[in-house]
Design a protein around this ligand. Structure first.
Ligand code: SF4
Length: 190
């Protein structure tokens, strides 16, 4: 639900105190999205991990470092983008967030999208793909653009996948180059 006077700071304050779902009981910190509230590209991952939970910031662990390196390599400045997750609190042992947790947290994500109004939403990994677009196989669809309800989505893998399979680093970078090329073609500043 979006409100005309809604702000990223307001969402942040609400997320930090949120007790809507059971994930609040295990967290050290809730992890609101962060970045440029006027970003042209928004990245959406699955959920905070251990480092994110400790620091209260998204993508600051190993997966975040990989994402930063890949963004650097293709010429995307992370600070100019907006980065968030499907759920804002870490699931125990990094399990996949449950449907009800995703549903209850979705209000924050919808409001983030409404305020930032990115030109392209870059979906990172299977869980975000399933939650946002109902998709199943990210590997079978990565590197593709999807238009849905007037929004443009781009699909790629989650950087955490590279921790377990370093060959996927090239895959993520290749996809991000496709994203940059499309931004250039559409005259979208990044
Ligand atoms: S995951 Fe989302 S809905 Fe659940 S407690 Fe955290 S902020 Fe609230």
């Amino acid at each position: 639900m979006s409100r005309s006077n809604d702000t990223i700071d307001r969402i942040r304050d609400e997320v930090i105190k949120c007790k809507l779902c059971n994930l609040c009981t295990n967290r050290t910190n809730a992890v609101p999205g962060e970045g440029n509230s006027k970003a042209t590209i928004m990245f959406i991952g699955e959920a905070p991990g251990r480092n994110e939970d400790e620091k209260g910031r998204p993508f600051v662990g190993i997966a975040g470092k990989i994402l930063d390196e890949c963004l650097d390599n293709v010429g995307i400045v992370r600070a100019r983008t907006y980065v968030t997750n499907i759920v804002k609190c870490r699931p125990p042992n990094n399990r996949v967030p449950k449907d009800d947790e995703r549903r209850l947290c979705n209000n924050y994500l919808e409001r983030e999208i409404s305020i930032v109004s990115p030109k392209i939403i870059c979906i990172l990994g299977r869980t975000a793909y399933h939650s946002m677009l109902g998709g199943a196989s990210i590997l079978g669809n990565r590197g593709k653009f999807v238009e849905r309800d007037g929004r443009l989505f781009f699909l790629t893998i989650h950087p955490a996948a590279i921790i377990y399979n370093n060959k996927l680093r090239d895959t993520l970078e290749k996809d991000l180059r496709t994203l940059v090329a499309e931004c250039s073609r559409l005259d979208i500043p990044i």
